[in-house]
Each structure stands twice: as structure tokens, then as C-alpha cells.
Ligand binder design. Structure first.
Ligand code: SAM
Length: 263
């Protein structure tokens, strides 16, 4: 289950502090493990809902978290938990933060699921592989940007908080890590006519990221290249542009011009 447990004592307090675990706040923790971060969250926030899939850890958690009376442990897969209901029941009227420390292969899908479901949460603080941190937080118009970073930027303002070396874990993994925080936007960018189409276009654009945009767009959206080039011109984008060179505003404009062309 991708369990590498944190043994460096300075990391969890920093995640808790920078992850908005504070008086008045509710925190959802995903991937509780043996409860090292949970303790730090519960010390700082009013209430913690800790979600852990592995039932073998329940007896351990009952022991490590025994001194706290503000933690609700939920033994389930986070993707099966009704988080909207959990928030309404456990944190009524409170600002809510999510902190997660998950196996890296499921972290991006879980971040996206949380963002896309537009949960009433203020932030998501999560540890990821160092390279993934740079990719997820890459701004539009930079070399590292990709479909995930665009989706993340659409819903939130991401930042890399600090690095965590591989020696901070037991067993030590083969990669270094970093903690990132996504501050969820109150309003997503304006002007997108069809959100599902916008994300389809972004995915197509980055499928061949080093190529001139018209080729992957034409292939991915099943549109004649001339039509794509015409829409790019209307959106004020040079015909030689590559996906990584576009700003968020240019992508939004392009998706709105391409939308009627797809029929
Ligand atoms: N945060 C803990 C620590 O540092 O001691 C453990 C981190 S460990 C990398 C990830 C934890 O996420 C594991 O305990 C694993 O069982 C749990 N996990 C994996 N998939 C999950 C899911 N879909 N829902 C909830 N928990 C999950």
C-alpha cells in the first residue's frame, strides 16, 4: 500500500503548521499511516477526520491517538467516502483543510478528484515526489507545465513549501519528496464556455507537448488542422506556438473558439 513511514520528527509539525491546522479549523487527513502527522494536526486544529484504508493499522491508531478526543478515524478508501457529507457533519461552519500523505502513484488522481468535486475546502497540503511537485506547481508558459498543472492552476494556487529527503522515511524510498500546498480558489477562471471541453483540449494539447500546437489538437479533438489554425489565429495565438507557451487566458480563449468548430 505504498507505506513509507516518516521518521524525521521535524517534518510533520511543519506540514501541520503550513497546512492550515489551526484553532477554529477542521482538517481531513488522508492516509493516516501510524498517526504521526495526525497527532500534530490534532494538537493544532479543532477537529481532525483521519481516513485510512488499511484496517491492520486500526489497533495501532487506537493506541497512538488515544490521548486525543478531537479525532474521528475513518477506516475506508478516501475515494469511497462521501466527503461533502463528512464536511457538513463534522465541520459545520468551519474552514476546512485537507492534508494528505499518500502513496505517490495515487496522489495526482486523488488531488484531481478533490478539486473537481469542488468540495468546500480551503487548501490541500500534500507530500509528493520532488519532480512531481515541480510539475504540479508549474505555471502556464513554463517548460515544466503539463495537463495536470493546468488543471491544478484552474482550481487552485499551488506552491512548493519545502523539500523532504529520502532519509526522512523508513524504509527509505528511491526518491526525494516535497510538500506542496494548493490554495483552493474561491472562483475558477472566468469565461470558460464548456469546462469539460476545456479540459479535453488541454489534455490533447499536452499529448505531444514539444510539437506545434495544431498537430496534437487536430489529432486529439478530431478536427481538420486548418480549422484548428483558424481558431488559433482568432485567439491571437501564433501558428507555431507549443502548448507550454500558452497562458491560461490564451487556453481559455482557444477552447471557446474551438468549441463551435467541433460540431
Ligand atoms: N502519513 C503516514 C506517515 O507518514 O506515517 C503514512 C503515509 S503512507 C505513505 C500512506 C498511507 O496511505 C498508508 O497508510 C496507506 O494505507 C494509506 N492509503 C493508501 N491508499 C489510500 C486510500 N485510497 N484511502 C485512504 N488511505 C490510503
Amino acid at each position: 500500500m505504498g507505506q513509507n513511514f516518516l521518521i524525521n520528527p521535524s517534518v510533520c509539525p511543519r506540514i501541520a503548521e503550513l497546512g492550515n491546522a489551526a484553532p477554529g479549523w477542521g482538517v481531513i487527513e488522508i492516509g493516516t499511516g501510524i498517526g504521526v502527522l495526525t497527532c500534530e494536526l490534532a494538537r493544532r486544529a479543532d477537529k481532525v477526520a483521519a481516513i485510512e484504508i488499511d484496517s491492520r493499522l486500526m489497533p495501532v491508531l487506537n493506541e497512538t491517538l488515544a490521548e486525543f478526543h478531537n479525532i474521528k478515524i475513518i477506516n475506508d478508501d478516501v475515494l469511497k467516502v462521501d466527503l461533502k457529507r463528512l464536511i457538513a457533519e463534522e465541520f459545520p461552519g468551519m474552514p476546512v483543510a485537507v492534508c494528505a500523505n499518500l502513496p505517490y502513484y495515487i496522489t495526482s488522481p486523488i488531488i484531481m478528484a478533490l478539486l473537481e468535486s469542488r468540495l468546500p475546502i480551503r487548501s490541500i497540503t500534500v507530500m509528493v515526489q520532488k519532480e512531481a511537485a515541480a510539475r504540479i506547481c508549474a505555471a502556464p508558459g513554463t517548460r515544466e507545465v503539463g495537463a495536470v498543472s493546468i488543471a491544478v492552476q484552474y482550481f487552485s494556487e499551488p506552491k512548493v513549501l519545502f523539500s523532504v529527503s529520502r532519509g526522512s522515511f523508513l524504509p527509505a524510498p528511491n526518491v526525494d519528496s516535497a510538500v506542496i500546498r494548493l490554495d483552493v480558489r474561491e472562483h475558477t477562471p472566468e469565461g470558460v464556455l464548456d469546462e469539460a471541453f476545456f479540459f479535453r483540449m488541454v489534455k490533447a494539447m499536452f499529448s505531444q507537448r514539444r510539437k506545434a500546437l495544431a498537430n496534437p489538437l487536430s489529432a486529439g479533438l478530431h478536427l481538420p488542422k486548418e480549422k484548428v489554425l483558424f481558431c488559433m489565429e482568432q485567439a491571437g495565438i501564433p501558428s507555431t506556438a507549443r502548448a507550454e507557451q500558452l497562458s491560461m487566458e490564451q487556453m481559455i480563449a482557444l477552447s471557446n473558439f474551438l468549441l463551435p468548430a467541433k460540431d
